[in-house]
Ligand binder design. Structure first.
Ligand SMILES: Cc1ncc(COP(=O)(O)O)c(C=O)c1O
Length: 463
């Protein structure tokens, strides 16, 4: 039988991260400060350590991965590339479907790839404590895991609705020694202000980010920094180890380049991690369809304008040029908690503007249907976020069947769903519904963007 688990050993692990900023045909627009001028690295210093700020602004194509970081990643990396032969057979598709299995990390997703790197760089810089936000808890548990191994204190502000509905990730954070509080909380000015205005708010990532940043910058010792699990350039950079491994593994499997690359996108990090090394191939002439997938309930890439906006509800972050539903957007409580952010990574957005990516949105029920098909063929139970990507995989595999083409499809299996079974229960008992963001809501939340600097859509027109 042909190998369906393509493994690399420790010696094959990539030793450099890939930075798409070096190769984008049109450079990204800079982050802006409150005065409308580009922010300088110094202005970010109260929030992030300087070694990570250097990565954030770097346009070097390759950045070395420190040996000590690799030594931690070896616990689960390189991750397997698996061929979904059981799904292929079920769909009777001529497509060959490969999935990069990031669910094998201790916290169960791709998130520790950057959590470990960020904790390591903060430690090197003399930082003692990290604060962060988390939606459904994947990122919070990944940072808790990393801080424990590296010897940093960790405090996580978890979006209220998930804190109440998904207690298991909170318990994981506690197991790894972190503190987790529901956001909005009474522990910060930002949280108290939101609670005074909307006492029964389900919370949002934007609110939790405001709280986590406030807690970091107000520490009088100066030894606390903030850590973000997605969106920023350095986070996406750390995730490119996924795509670099996958490239080597596809070669071992006897494939050249994939025809189609797919990932779900909340803030953009797992999608970018898998796809950016292939975006580089596309820039250099390869014919690859690259699809970031999002829910119709939070249609950032498919319906929102490309504009300058804040990353958080309290407007404390620099302005980022991105597709955005507006910083005040409160997403509906869909189960893919990690896909409910109002913005999207500026690097991903610039690649969309350039025409290199083809974003797509699916309804919640469609993605659960895909997840059930996956679980009943491949066997693994995917995270609700990952299921969005699997809906696109099934659609593309069916299209390949109609066209009679042997397409190679590569997807990021960003996490397992074993902590998210309540969503499956709701789906199986018929309680889940679809939700499409109404146009009036989109207009309402994006109205504030008119008062912010405009983001020019620059592109070469080549794609
Ligand atoms: C399993 C999983 N996949 C995907 C995402 C989306 O995040 P990102 O777009 O940064 O990869 C999350 C976020 O929490 C997640 O937990």
């Amino acid at each position: 039988m042909k190998s369906i688990k393509i493994q690399l050993n420790e010696n094959d692990i990539p030793r450099r991260w890939y930075n798409l900023a070096a190769d984008l045909p049109t450079p990204m627009l800079p982050p802006l400060g409150p005065d409308g001028n580009p922010v300088s690295p110094d202005m970010l210093a109260p929030v992030f350590p300087m070694n990570l700020i250097e990565q954030e602004v770097s346009t070097d194509r390759w950045i070395d991965i420190p040996e000590e970081i690799l030594n931690i990643l070896y616990r689960w990396r390189p991750t397997p590339l698996r061929r979904a032969v059981y799904l292929e057979k079920h769909l009777k598709t001529p497509a060959r479907i490969y999935y990069k299995d990031e669910s094998v990390s201790p916290p169960g997703s791709h998130k520790p790839n950057t959590a470990v790197a960020q904790a390591w760089y903060n430690k090197q810089f003399g930082i003692k404590k990290l604060t962060t936000e988390t939606g459904a808890g994947q990122w919070g548990s990944a940072l808790a895991f990393a801080c424990n191994l590296i010897g940093l204190e960790c405090k996580v502000f978890m979006v209220r609705i998930s804190f109440d509905q998904k207690p298991f990730r909170k318990m994981m954070m506690g197991t790894w020694g972190a503190t987790c509080v529901a956001s909005p909380s009474t522990e910060t000015n930002a949280g108290r202000k939101i609670l005074a205005e909307i006492p029964d708010t389900p919370g949002s990532l934007g609110m939790a980010i405001s709280e986590a940043i406030e807690e970091a910058v107000t520490d009088p010792s100066g030894k606390t920094r903030y850590s973000l699990g997605s969106v920023l350039n350095h986070v996406l950079l750390h995730q490119t180890i996924i795509g670099l491994e996958a490239k080597k593994q596809l070669k071992i499997a006897g494939e050249k380049l994939p025809d189609i690359v797919i990932g779900c996108a909340g803030g953009g990090s797992n999608f970018a991690g898998l796809s950016f090394p292939f975006v580089a191939d596309k820039i250099n002439g390869a014919d690859i369809k690259i699809i970031p997938v999002e829910p119709t309930a939070c249609p950032t890439m498919t319906r929102a304008p490309f504009a300058y906006d804040f990353g958080d509800t309290a407007c404390t972050t620099p302005l980022l040029a991105m597709h955005t539903l507006g910083h005040a957007f409160v997403p509906p409580p869909i189960h893919a908690g990690g896909l409910r952010y109002h913005g999207m990574a500026p690097l991903v957005c610039q690649a969309i503007v350039e025409g290199l990516l083809e974003p797509r949105a699916y309804h919640q029920l469609r993605s659960y249907e895909a997840a059930i098909t996956w679980a009943r063929t491949e066997g693994f139970i995917p995270a609700p976020e990952t299921s969005q990507a699997l809906a696109a995989v099934i659609e593309e595999a069916e299209k390949a069947k109609e066209e009679g083409k042997e397409k190679v499809i590569l997807v990021n299996y960003s996490g397992h769903g074993l902590m998210d079974l309540l969503g499956y229960d709701a789906y199986l008992s018929g309680q889940l519904t679809d939700y499409e963001l109404p146009e009036e809501e989109l207009q309402k939340y994006t109205r504030d963007l008119e008062n912010l600097p405009k983001a020019e859509m620059r592109k070469t027109g080549k794609w």
